[in-house]
Design a protein around this ligand. Structure first.
Ligand SMILES: [Zn+2]
Ligand SMILES: [Zn+2]
Length: 421
């Protein structure tokens, strides 16, 4: 059977199953649960996959809302990296959760691809294993990281994700940054801020002096570095010298080893701030350590052709590597097995992008659904290439062998991953 014949069968099945994928997209959108609280979303997805005949294993990586669902046997084993956590801070009072990053759309595009591939597998069109990876809390602790640590992807030959993107362009050369998160807690001594200030030790001074130190550090870091912090506790009343203050930081750069150097420097800024204020400081890593995405240009070019075959105009398929920006736990998966992370522009013309309140309506409804169809097909085609093209299979096994060596080389560099339970 030719590639075009295979693709045409997939296109027919996509039409047949379109309503189901849209239902998944809408249902997860309506649940809008935050990371590690996606109980309804994960239960619903597990139930739908089990109904298709997928074997579901729960609590992957020790996370109650993580799961792996598999269909078929043996290799190639292709994993779709589904997400379903929402973001806080939307609605008129900024107190509602919303799928402003479109993770409901990712859950649905993975589901759509799995449903089509299951049918084609049953028709005897290829052999191998189809994997729907239910990965929670991308926006916070990075659930994939626990799953990688637990070996969930060690046996996979290819992993992929299509994230929702704005406008017309689809970007396949995502460059996610390695990242660590730090929480500093400063300890001082309370006193009357006006009546007896000389008796107080101001923990908030130590906190903002850390910001001053980091701002001085910015001149002396590589351009890919991103260091950004917030004060999460700055005292309780202006007339009481704060005895306790806290700041939370993300430290990012293109390379894991460099992030580790930066983290030491940021810790020194906090120690310096504490010393100046006469306070003390301690710190902890409050979220998992995100690793940078290991880009695979040979796979990106194949995936790019699949985007085009799925109906994305060629001039909007961008396969060159982008400037590094943001971080994703897809990065950690990319060190365990050959992985492509991508963004698909859904063609919204309102200028809105992820995390904005005005982007919310694009993650479902007519605009989101039009993009959903293309994302389902692009992933299905890419998986079909992996299942049926011996040359690509050879390439995948070479990349995997290379990764095994490279992973050894960075072993121990990643932060000890925090226990999130
Ligand atoms: Zn996001
Ligand atoms: Zn996202």
């Amino acid at each position: 059977m030719t590639r075009e014949e295979l693709y045409d069968i997939a296109r027919g099945l996509q039409e047949q199953f379109e309503d189901k994928a849209q239902e998944v997209c809408q249902t997860v959108y309506d649940f809008a649960e935050l990371g590690l609280q996606e109980y309804k979303s994960s239960a619903y997805l597990k139930q739908e996959l089990a109904a298709l005949g997928f074997r579901v294993s729960e609590n992957s990586g020790g996370l109650p809302t993580a799961f792996m669902a598999e269909y078929g046997e043996g290799h190639p084993k292709v994993a779709f990296l589904a997400e379903y956590d929402a973001l806080p801070g939307y609605g008129p009072d900024h107190d509602q959760n919303g799928h402003a990053c479109g993770h409901n759309w990712i859950a649905a595009n993975c589901f759509g691809a799995c449903q089509i591939l299951k049918e084609m597998y049953d028709q005897g069109l290829f052999t191998g294993t189809i994997v729907y990876a239910g990965t929670p809390a991308e926006e916070s602790v990075g659930g994939k990281i626990n799953m990688v640590e637990a070996g969930c992807f060690d046996d996979c030959d290819l992993a992929m994700q299509i994230h929702i993107g704005k406008g017309d362009d689809s970007e396949l050369g995502a460059q996610y940054l390695a990242m660590d998160s730090l929480l500093f807690t400063y300890h001082g001594l309370s006193s009357h801020a006006a009546g007896a200030p000389e008796r107080g030790i101001n923990a908030l001074d130590a906190c903002y002096l850390t910001f001053n130190g980091v701002n001085a550090l910015r001149q002396h870091v590589t351009p890919d570095t991103r260091i950004h912090g917030i004060i999460t506790n700055g005292g309780l009343a202006p007339n009481v010298v704060p005895a306790l203050a806290q700041s939370k930081w993300y430290v990012r750069a293109a390379d894991r080893a460099y992030v580790n150097e930066l983290v030491e420097k940021v810790i020194n800024c906090a120690k310096g701030g504490a010393l100046m204020a006469g306070a003390t400081v301690d710190y902890e890593f409050v979220e998992n350590g995100f690793d940078n995405l290991k880009s695979q240009p040979e796979l990106i070019s194949v995936f790019g052709e699949c985007f085009k075959a799925a109906g994305v105009p060629a001039e909007h398929v961008k396969t060159s590597l982008r400037e590094p920006s943001g971080s994703s736990d897809v990065g950690n998966v990319s060190w365990a097995c050959p992985t492509v992370g991508s963004n698909m522009g859904i063609g919204n013309q309102d200028g809105a992008s992820c995390h904005e309140e005005v982007f919310l309506p694009n993650c479902t409804g007519p605009v989101g659904f039009a993009g959903l169809k293309k994302a389902i097909l692009a992933q299905t085609f890419f998986a079909l290439e992996a299942y049926t093209d011996p040359a690509l299979q050879q390439k995948l096994s070479e990349i995997k062998a290379r990764l095994t060596e490279e992973r050894k080389a960075i072993a121990g560099q990643s932060r000890v991953h925090v226990t999130v339970l």
